[in-house]
Write a protein that binds this ligand. Structure first.
Ligand SMILES: *[C@@H]1O[C@H](CO)[C@@H](O)[C@H](O)[C@H]1NC(C)=O
Ligand SMILES: *[C@@H]1O[C@H](CO)[C@@H](O)[C@H](O)[C@H]1NC(C)=O
Ligand SMILES: *[C@@H]1O[C@H](CO)[C@@H](O)[C@H](O)[C@H]1NC(C)=O
Ligand SMILES: *[C@@H]1O[C@H](CO)[C@@H](O)[C@H](O)[C@H]1NC(C)=O
Length: 371
């Protein structure tokens, strides 16, 4: 390490060490630099072999492949910077885009003071926030209700069953849609994922869960999230040399939670507008607005009466709704490094949302703590 870097690191470490709250030591979060472009690159490299998780390692609905290859710590407990560095290295996703996703996860399910999150469930390595301002336990990202929710492609609704681990049966059903709508490719006919496959998968997951789960809910943020994985599947997971997301590639990521053999990450920085175009194409073809089941099990769209808060925040409904899932106490009951990190993450969310024309006002978190 260069002397200047070392000095800086020491300085940051000392600055953080003075902020001790509730027996925990605050760690200041920061945005890692964008790595310099390297073009075509095979992932994983030799330094990141697959090792199956041990019994104490946390795993959940996302990022398992990154943990199984050590791009994030193999125990499934990671810092904000570790997650961003892993996503940028393995998938060539721009730092800002990765930061928006990581910010969302930390604000809803991490310990923002010590800068650690579990990609699965509750971990003895992650204490509750100082003063227990979000309840007596810090949940991991697997916990339903804030970011995670119903109508997942590979996890059950929390009401129905296992919302944390990969469900073979759900994935098998997704593959039926591939068999119907997929393109022909090097692995055979109907083996390449495309927009129509994703539309079929989304319609099927929503219809199935809406019928089986009396509490079925798609709030605006969740509604956005369930379509966003289409961009991941069709673009980010594609073999960059062929641009194809094939049966074996997607199966390797989802079923085996390992990088496909001989796989190349995107040669160019992943383009956010391109991902949005995919997401919008799928969403626009699935005629289900945000809403929930009523007591009779009938799906009812959310009311959007004139003058409602939702109406006032129309230009950035998902952002507004997302803040409704971030505990209000992160702002009302935080000081020092904790508050600094909270503000840093909230700024990242707003920066991402303000790309939508008309979305010009930051919203303070107004979610219920401890849920
Ligand atoms: C947040 O602070 C208020 C005012 O000091 C206090 O009444 C409340 O109990 C605190 N909430 C939590 C969850 O700590
Ligand atoms: C695959 O599709 C092509 C073009 O539609 C067709 O000619 C071919 O017979 C199909 N192959 C199989 C094994 O079904
Ligand atoms: C998943 O792993 C098993 C066992 O190693 C292997 O036989 C299978 O081909 C893999 N499937 C995919 C889709 O990678
Ligand atoms: C990716 O494409 C290259 C050819 O460009 C091929 O050799 C490799 O097998 C492909 N990888 C996968 C996982 O399909």
């Amino acid at each position: 390490m260069q002397p200047l870097r070392l000095l800086l690191a020491l300085f940051v470490a000392c600055a953080a060490a003075v902020d001790v709250q509730d027996g925990q030591t605050g760690v200041v979060m920061s945005l890692p630099p964008q790595p310099t472009a390297t073009g075509v690159k095979q992932i994983p490299d030799a330094a990141h072999p697959f090792i199956a998780p041990g019994a104490d390692d946390q795993r959940g609905p996302a990022m398992n492949t990154l943990a199984n290859h050590g791009y994030i710590p193999r125990n499934g407990i990671a810092s904000f910077e570790e997650i961003i560095n892993a996503i940028t290295e393995a998938f060539n996703i721009p730092v800002n885009m990765a930061a928006g996703m990581a910010a969302n996860n930390f604000l809803t399910r991490g310990n923002i003071f010590i800068n650690k999150i579990s990609i699965g469930g509750i971990s003895p390595l992650i204490p509750p926030l100082p003063g227990q301002i979000d309840g007596p336990e810090t949940q991991g990202i697997a916990k339903h209700g804030r970011g995670e929710g119903d109508a997942s492609m590979t996890r059950a609704d929390a009401f129905i069953g296992d919302n944390r681990n990969f469900q073979n049966i759900l994935y098998d059903m997704a593959l039926l849609q591939l068999g119907k709508f997929g393109d022909n490719g090097p692995e055979g006919n109907n083996t390449v994922f495309n927009i129509n496959t994703m539309i079929g998968i989304k319609k099927q997951s929503i219809a199935m869960d809406q019928a089986a789960n009396p509490q079925f809910t798609l709030n605006p943020a969740r509604h956005g999230a369930i379509f966003a994985d289409s961009g991941l599947i069709l673009n980010v997971f594609a073999n960059s040399t062929t641009k194809l997301s094939t049966l074996s590639i997607i199966g390797s990521f989802f079923r085996n939670q390992t990088f496909p053999q001989n796989w190349f990450r995107s040669a160019e920085l992943v383009n956010g507008a391109g991902l949005n175009a995919i997401t919008n194409a799928v969403r626009n073809a699935v005629p289900v607005p945000p809403g929930r089941n009523n007591a009779q099990g009938v799906y009812v769209p959310r009311p959007t009466s004139a003058g409602s808060l939702e109406q006032q925040h129309r230009a950035c409904t998902a952002y507004w709704d997302q803040n409704g899932h971030v505990p209000s106490t992160l702002v009302t009951n935080s000081t020092g490094v904790l508050r600094q990190n909270v503000d840093f993450l909230l700024d990242l969310l707003f920066t991402a949302a303000s790309a939508n024309p008309g979305c010009t006002e930051p919203v303070a978190p107004f979610g219920e703590p401890g849920i």
